[in-house]
Structures are given as structure tokens and as C-alpha cells.
Design a protein around this ligand. Structure first.
Ligand code: IVH
Length: 679
């Protein structure tokens, strides 16, 4: 083959690969390779195309930015392009940016002074919010920077996003478009991932993916169930301001959330000091930060400096070291989790990732291992985000003496019972006597999100189970201080303290107790909804699948799983025994800012409403705790019928479902303390 056709083949191959990864990343939100590996592919392609310009085609991935939108979302053009930033993790590059900027500013205006706005670079999803006459009319993802996906209905479910701007402090312009970052706070990210893993599903690799995955949902109720939030930081259309600080002040006046951790600096030393401070605080912040954004304060100078082909000249992102490292897979071992699901774990050569020593990583399931082709001896990239279990992202280099592909065992590595399949998962069916499951259940029970029993970590639980001090779950409450004192790492005082902590857990709060039990599908959020809806443990336990389905965020499958858990004979026995030791408190239903006032109800909207659009009405009742549906059934609590209502109205009448006019709907809200005009 000639050399020229070799190059063509390589280029075509690279384009194929990049298209594939673009699709995985932008459309499916399920990347298979790291950003670094992707950047390398792009860089190689760019380099080859630069050397062979005659081979550049209009459809090459180098000739466009971003990826194709999801088929289910409409696209819209941004009022102004949403640019991305030039970035680096090196101090010298930041200094060079400062120098470059100062020179350019001096060229424009010798008397101008340079100062900076400093903002944490949040690991989230960039969004454009458009307000007309103070009302949120459109929310659009960044997309390719020129146009993105219209996600208005989803964004409306985010409580931090005002549906109407405040006009009491500052007059509201007829048109305002702001840019902000939607993100999941770390605790919520951990909850979502814990819930996914609890269901045997693959967790999100980082908060950005979690935010993107939650927002780009055709089912807005899923978005609503994730506690997303946002900070705003830029103006795409609206009035003129002098400085970034002034702009941020105005955004806050209009009721848009602005990050309180933003700061300012007059010189590059100030920039670097802020960066260092963020590096130190990074692990204790409520949200995941991947760097610091440095922006020129003076907005008029910004306009005059303009942009390069890709980035504004007046801003720069200083990046943190990623929470990713390379390590070696020493072995792959199956591990039995709380729900009996057997998960392969990679034992790694210990490596420090962002200040934490990592020696194990979750490989999720056999399909994932096969897809990534991970084997003993391989060098792999490991990623850690938030507090979540580290994950192997990809193989960087295959080992010289590479092991055979990993195979799932046929028998439980903990108790020897023959393993069975549950859907895509391999499970140990011996839920109650399998020591590994007992250890995991008890550890979960005492964990921070559970009953928060200090001192009852995995190490202690393992000893209790292995020494047969606790053979069945409720026996935790029969352990004596003397027995605890015998355990490794315990002395008289620490044993007494742990015993007291166990005793103190006998009257737990209901949501914590529900979470602590490790009911399939029940994470922190669902546990809170259940507690709020039923008020008492006995009521949750006695609930029928239909009762459960009426709870916000619980679908038919989940309802069956929860009901199944409470009626499985072994579970009944264990719970009865446990309740001889434990008395969960009743939950008092709190009602603040309307939250939950429509809990348990289900609405269908039809016809044209006058005060709001149908999606707005749906988002509103969802925010108040109700469920919505597109079709009327016996389960519908109310059909709200606007002008020109058709077949749904007939159906509701046939089924005897209550029908409300729009006025009656507004009155129903008012009865429950909610003003439809401002909510
Ligand atoms: S400024 C022209 N400010 O970081 C303005 N970006 O490329 C460009 N980000 O995609 C963005 N926090 O998603 C800016 N306070 C902040 C930010 C921020 C997070 C993200 C944004 C953007 C990327 C920078």
C-alpha cells in the first residue's frame, strides 16, 4: 500500500473513533474514554490534517464543535455564542495570560487598570436562561456554543432557577439572557450514585455527568427528583454594566443565584493566592470544583479585546489537578454487596488521587469489564469524584503478562451458595445468612446516611460477624460492652462509647431508618418521601403497591420492589425481631414554601390554560409534590381542563375523575397556601 493511502486510512479511522466517542459523550452521556484520551485523538487528527490539508473534509470532527443533540429535544440558537475558555493547570501559563492581557489592555488604553473577577469553576452543565419581561421563557444547553437543546421544562424543575425575576430591587429589562452552571451538590451526587449502585446500576463517573444525565431527560419528573441547583455568572443579552462584579450584583438583585465564593484580585499574585485557597478547600466544598475562572473586571475593555477563534481573550480557566491517576490492576476479586449482587473489584497498586490513597476500584459488572477489556496486570486510569468509590475509566496499557479475562464465580465467595442471575446481575440468594451480606447490611445501617452509629464501621462490623457475635441482624442490639472491648482496636472507653451509640440508635428518625434498612430502590430521597407520605413505619410497611405508587418519585417497579421487601418471609421475621429493639419515630409533616402540599395527588392537564402553559402547570404541581401524567386513568386525582379540552375530559367524566377549571385549580392551590401567580 502506498504511503498516501496509509494516511487516508489513519485519518478515516481517527474520524470514526472520534464520531463514536462524540456520540457517547454528547448524546448518550455515557463516555467510554477519558477526556484526555479523547483530546489525544483530536490532537492527532488535527496534526495529520495540518500536514495534509487536502484531506480535510467538511464533515471531519475538527470542522465542528460539540455533538448532535438528543433526538427528543428541540434546538435553539443562543442569543450570543456561549464560548469556552482557554485553560491550563500551570502557574506559568496563568502568568503568561496576565502578561498578555496587560499588554493588550495597555495598547487599547494606557490609563486603564486591570483587575479580575475570580470564580470557582464548577463541574457542571452550562446553560442559557432567557427571561422576557421577567419571565423564564427558555433554557438551552450550551450544545455546540452556537445552538443547544431546549431544556426549559427540565430546568423549570430546578428550584434555584427563578421562574420570574425579582423586580423589587432593580427594574427588570424586557430581555435578559444569562449563563449559568447547573450542578449537583456533592452530597446529592453521592446520594444519586448510592441509589444507582443500590439498584445494581452503574454510577455516574463525576458530578458533571450526573448533572447532564439528570437534566437531559425526556421525563422531567426524573430531573425534578434530582436536587440540581445552579449559579449564574455571565450575561448573553441585557443591559450594559461596567464590571463583572456589578453584573453579578445585578443578577443577585434579580433573584438569580450567584456563587458566594466568588472574589476579586488586582494582580496575578492575588489570582494565584485564590487558586491555592481553592485547592485547599476543594475537598470540603459543597460542590465539585475543577478549577478557578479568572475574568477581566472591565466589561467595556472585554468588548474591545474580543475573542480568538475559540476563546475570549479576557478570561482564563486555571485548572486543578484532575482526580484521576494511573495505576496497575493487581487482581480482580468478586465482592458480595448488601443486596447480594456480586461485583468485581479491582485491587490496585495503591495510588494517591487528589489526597486520598486508593487501592480498590469498582468494576461494576462483567459486561463493563468485557467492554473495557480490563485484566490483571493492566495499567488503568482510575477516577475518583466526591466521596464515591473510585472507578476504572479505561485501560491505558495492557500488561506484559496479562491475565486471562475475568470470569464470574459460580458460587458465592462468602458463603459458598450457588449464585443466581437477577436480570443482568449475578446474585447470592442467601440474603440472611451470607456473612458478606450481613456485614454490608450492618455497615450500611450504621453509616452516616443511615443511623449514624459512630464507631460501627466496616472493620468493626466484620469482626462482629466473623466472631459470630452477630449472626443475625437484630443481634446487634444484644452485643455487650464487654464483647465490644474484645474486638481489635477497642479499649474499655471506646467499647462503652460504641455501645452507647448503638443504644442511642434505638429511636431513629423515620427517614434514616427507612434508608438504613437497605430496602431495594430506597435511597435517601425516596426514604424521605416515604416518611413524609406515610408518617409512621407501620404505615410504610403496610402500604400496598398502589399506595406506594402515589408517592412522589415512586413508579410501579419501585413500588413492587418495596412492597416485596416488606413481605418476603425472611424479612418479615428479621424486621419483627428488629422492632423489638428499635422504635422509629413518627414523622411530623413539615410544610414550607408549599413543598409537598400536593403530595400523593396526581394531575392531568388538558386544553389551553390562560395563566400559564401546560408544562409550567405541570412543573408547578410537581414542585409541590404531585405527580403528573399525559393520560387520564382511575389513579388521576384531578383533570385540569382549560379551553378546548377534548377526549381527556370525556375520559375523566367516564371514569368519575374530578375535573377542575383553571380557576378552580388556582383556588385549590390557594387553599393550600400557594399563590399560582408567584409560585
Ligand atoms: S465563564 C465566556 N465562569 O467552565 C464565558 N465558566 O470553558 C465562559 N464554568 O464551559 C465561561 N463555572 O461550563 C465561566 N464561573 C464560571 C464557570 C464556568 C463553570 C464552566 C463553563 C464553561 C467552562 C469553561
Amino acid at each position: 500500500m502506498s504511503q498516501a493511502s496509509d494516511v487516508v486510512n489513519v485519518i478515516n479511522d481517527l474520524r470514526e473513533q472520534i464520531h463514536h466517542h462524540n456520540y457517547r459523550y454528547h448524546v448518550l452521556d455515557a463516555p467510554e474514554i477519558s477526556d484526555e484520551a479523547y483530546d489525544e485523538l483530536m490532537a492527532t487528527l488535527r496534526e495529520l490534517e495540518a500536514r495534509h490539508p487536502e484531506l480535510v473534509t467538511p464533515d471531519s470532527p475538527t470542522q465542528r464543535v460539540g455533538g448532535a443533540p438528543l433526538t427528543g429535544f428541540e434546538t435553539a440558537r443562543h442569543l450570543r455564542p456561549m464560548l469556552s475558555l482557554d485553560s491550563s493547570a500551570k502557574e506559568e501559563d496563568v502568568r503568561a495570560f496576565d502578561q498578555r492581557l496587560r499588554r493588550a489592555v495597555a495598547n487599547l488604553d494606557e490609563s486603564a487598570t486591570v483587575s479580575y473577577s475570580l470564580e470557582p469553576k464548577i463541574d457542571g452543565l452550562s446553560v442559557e436562561l432567557v427571561y422576557e419581561d421577567g419571565l423564564l421563557v427558555r433554557a438551552v444547553t450550551r450544545g455546540n456554543g452556537i445552538e443547544g437543546e431546549v431544556i426549559t421544562a427540565n430546568v423549570r424543575t430546578i428550584r434555584a432557577v427563578p421562574l420570574r425575576l425579582l423586580s423589587s430591587v432593580r427594574p427588570v429589562p424586557s430581555l435578559l439572557a444569562v449563563r449559568g452552571e447547573i450542578y449537583l451538590p456533592i452530597h446529592a451526587f453521592d446520594d444519586v450514585n448510592a441509589e444507582l449502585m443500590n439498584q445494581g446500576k452503574q454510577p455516574f463517573a463525576n458530578p458533571r455527568n450526573a448533572a447532564a444525565g439528570s437534566v437531559r431527560q425526556l421525563d422531567t419528573s426524573l430531573t425534578a427528583s434530582r436536587p440540581l441547583t445552579l449559579y449564574c455568572y455571565d450575561l448573553l443579552a441585557g443591559p450594559t454594566f461596567r464590571t463583572q462584579s456589578e453584573l453579578l450584583g445585578a443578577l443577585a438583585d434579580w433573584g438569580l443565584p450567584v456563587n458566594p465564593d466568588n472574589a476579586t484580585a488586582d494582580d496575578v499574585e492575588g489570582v494565584l493566592a485564590y487558586f491555592e485557597k481553592m485547592v485547599e478547600e476543594r475537598d470540603h466544598m459543597a460542590y465539585e470544583v475543577d478549577g478557578v475562572v479568572v475574568k477581566l473586571q472591565d466589561l467595556d475593555l472585554r468588548d474591545r479585546l474580543g475573542n480568538t477563534a475559540h476563546h475570549p481573550r479576557w478570561a482564563y480557566a486555571v485548572k486543578f489537578q484532575p482526580r484521576k491517576e494511573v495505576s496497575e490492576v493487581l487482581s480482580i476479586v468478586p465482592s458480595v454487596g448488601r443486596t447480594g449482587v456480586v461485583t468485581p473489584i479491582a485491587m490496585l497498586r495503591p495510588v494517591n488521587i487528589g489526597g486520598v490513597t486508593v487501592s480498590r476500584a469498582n468494576l461494576h459488572n462483567i459486561d463493563d469489564i468485557e467492554r473495557k477489556d480490563i485484566r490483571e496486570g493492566d495499567t488503568v486510569r482510575v477516577e475518583r469524584a466526591g466521596d464515591v468509590i473510585p472507578q476504572v475509566v479505561e485501560v491505558v496499557e495492557t500488561g506484559a503478562d496479562r491475565g486471562a479475562p475475568f470470569a464470574m464465580p459460580t458460587h458465592c465467595p462468602s458463603c459458598g451458595t450457588e449464585l443466581t442471575r437477577r436480570g443482568p446481575y449475578t446474585v447470592c440468594p442467601n440474603s440472611f445468612d451470607c456473612p458478606a451480606q450481613l456485614i454490608a447490611r450492618l455497615t450500611h445501617y450504621g453509616s452516616r446516611g443511615g443511623l449514624d452509629i459512630e464507631g460501627l464501621g466496616e472493620r468493626t462490623v466484620t469482626q462482629l460477624v466473623e466472631r459470630e457475635l452477630v449472626k443475625r441482624f437484630p443481634e446487634l442490639y444484644e452485643v455487650t460492652p464487654q464483647q465490644l472491648e474484645e474486638l481489635d482496636g477497642f479499649a474499655e472507653r471506646s467499647a462503652q462509647k460504641l455501645w452507647e451509640a448503638i443504644e442511642a440508635s434505638r429511636t431513629p428518625e423515620l427517614p434514616r431508618f427507612l434508608f438504613a434498612l437497605g430496602i431495594p430502590e430506597v435511597g435517601g430521597a425516596v426514604a424521605r418521601s416515604l416518611a413524609r407520605a406515610f408518617g409512621a413505619f407501620d404505615a410504610v410497611r403496610a402500604a400496598t403497591p398502589e399506595d406506594l405508587e402515589r408517592v412522589n418519585g415512586i413508579g410501579a417497579v419501585m413500588a413492587e420492589e418495596i412492597h416485596g421487601f416488606f413481605h418476603e418471609p425472611h424479612n418479615v421475621e428479621v424486621l419483627d425481631a428488629l422492632l423489638r429493639h428499635v422504635t422509629p419515630k413518627a414523622e411530623t409533616v413539615e410544610e414550607s414554601n408549599g413543598e409537598g402540599v400536593l403530595e400523593g395527588l396526581s394531575f392531568v392537564f388538558t386544553g389551553t390554560l390562560e395563566r400559564m402553559t401546560r408544562p409550567e402547570a405541570e412543573a408547578l404541581v410537581q414542585r409541590l409534590g404531585a405527580r403528573t401524567s399525559g393520560s387520564v386513568s382511575k389513579k388521576t386525582s384531578y383533570l385540569v381542563a382549560g379551553e378546548a379540552a377534548g377526549s381527556k375530559l370525556t375520559k375523566a367524566e367516564q371514569l368519575g375523575v374530578a375535573v377542575l377549571t383553571e380557576d378552580e385549580f388556582v383556588a385549590l392551590l390557594a387553599e393550600r397556601g400557594v399563590d399560582a401567580g408567584t409560585a
